[in-house]
Design a protein around this ligand. Structure first.
Ligand SMILES: Cc1cc2nc3c(=O)[nH]c(=O)nc-3n(C[C@H](O)[C@H](O)[C@H](O)COP(=O)(O)OP(=O)(O)OC[C@H]3O[C@@H](n4cnc5c(N)ncnc54)[C@H](O)[C@@H]3O)c2cc1C
Ligand code: SF4
Length: 327
């Protein structure tokens, strides 16, 4: 294993300053992605900045109805928080569907947003992989691409899915990522935070060098809504999504007044399906309307070798979630 410098930051400003001291600096939160990939020699930090002692562990309701989550709130704390369970059940369910209890106890909100792809060619450290080694090629396009490879948002450079469950729920709810860097504080719309692979799959997010995530702020919950997360996977626990859906819906009798839909396991980023939402608005709750919305959500999907099944599975993840929520 390679050696690296370890420092413990005692303020956000210190963390950012330490980060600027190396081109290969990484913040250490729960370590469940970072240390894994260091051991696999995929991430090669020169400087590791431990941010665990910063005061970023609060979940706070804001006056305008939004909720602010500190970067270091653990996935367990967030999932079991009363405010989240009551007003954002979709987020609580998504978090609890991820990983295992032990991992969720360590994993943090910012770390989850920043987690890396689970593509085996990325993680083996040697196969051609444009994300790990720009310009080397993509082994997955003609290779093993059944489970953690996408059908939406792909490019001829990379087809890996974004693996997070939490982020799918946040994409449906609507959120803002608050970041701080040497030039101050700024906000990034959650839907703009993760980038499509395009021609530069090694650039995964909108964070600038030396910027740190300090909070994620959830939009106010939709009044009179119900919500849920459905994750379809090879195994019932300790497994990433093959396809998942986060759905928030507002009903007036049998009429859909509002809907939010996001998908996981099928897209190269947490995938918000706005056209599908639009098709449901003011529609009668019929099997045909649900099927139409699901079909729209997967429109334009491109299968690769072994993952064509994700197109009908993704549609079904939406239909079944909607059926359960509206039963
Ligand atoms: C076996 C296993 C199974 C898993 N299953 C699932 C699953 O089913 N669903 C799911 O969603 N996830 C799953 N995960 C992923 C897990 O949720 C993530 O590893 C975790 O959320 C990362 O959080 P962390 O705090 O440990 O991040 P770390 O490992 O500490 O950091 C991850 C990355 O984020 C950066 N970072 C950390 N904090 C900040 C910050 N404040 N600002 C900017 N950058 C920051 C780090 O530098 C690093 O690059 C699994 C992981 C494992 C190991
Ligand atoms: S899908 Fe992306 S992460 Fe996987 S090998 Fe191709 S470039 Fe690398």
């Amino acid at each position: 294993m390679r050696t690296f410098n370890y420092v413990r930051a005692d303020s956000i400003e210190h963390a950012i300053t330490y980060h600027s001291q190396s081109d290969s600096a990484f913040f250490l939160a729960g370590g469940t992605t970072l240390l894994d990939l260091v051991k696999l020699d995929v991430m090669r930090p020169v400087q590791v900045i431990d941010v665990n002692h910063l005061s970023l562990k609060q979940i706070s309701p804001l006056d305008d109805g939004r909720v602010r989550i500190g970067a270091l709130v653990s996935n367990t704390a967030l999932a079991h928080d009363e405010l989240i369970r009551t007003h954002y059940p979709v987020l609580s369910q998504a978090l609890l569907s991820g990983a295992t209890t032990q991992l969720r106890n360590k994993a943090t909100t910012a770390g989850n947003v920043m987690q890396r792809v689970r593509c085996d060619y990325f993680r083996d450290g040697v196969s051609p992989c444009n994300k790990r080694e720009p310009g080397s090629g993509c082994s997955a396009i003609e290779g093993q691409n059944r489970s953690v490879h996408a059908v939406l948002g792909t490019s001829d450079q990379c087809i890996a899915t974004h693996p997070s469950d939490m982020c799918v729920a946040m994409a449906a709810i609507g959120a803002t990522v608050q970041v701080q860097g040497p030039k101050g504080v700024r906000e990034i719309d959650f839907l703009d935070f993760h980038l499509l692979p395009g021609a530069t799959p090694s650039k995964e997010h909108a964070l600038l060098p030396d910027e740190m995530i300090t909070h994620v702020v959830l939009d106010a919950p939709l009044a009179n809504s119900r919500s849920g997360y459905l994750k379809l996977r090879d195994r019932a626990s300790y497994q990433f999504a093959l396809a998942s859906s986060a759905v928030i819906i507002v009903l007036d009798g049998n009429t859909v007044r509002d809907a939010r839909i996001a998908m996981g396991g099928v897209g190269t980023k947490p995938w918000r399906a706005m056209a599908a939402e639009q098709s449901l608005k003011n529609a009668q709750l019929t099997p045909e309307a649900l099927a139409k919305a699901a079909a729209i959500a997967l429109q334009g999907a491109v299968p690769y070798g072994h993952n064509a099944y994700k197109i009908p599975l993704g549609r079904q993840a939406i239909i079944r979630n909607l059926e359960t929520l509206t039963a």
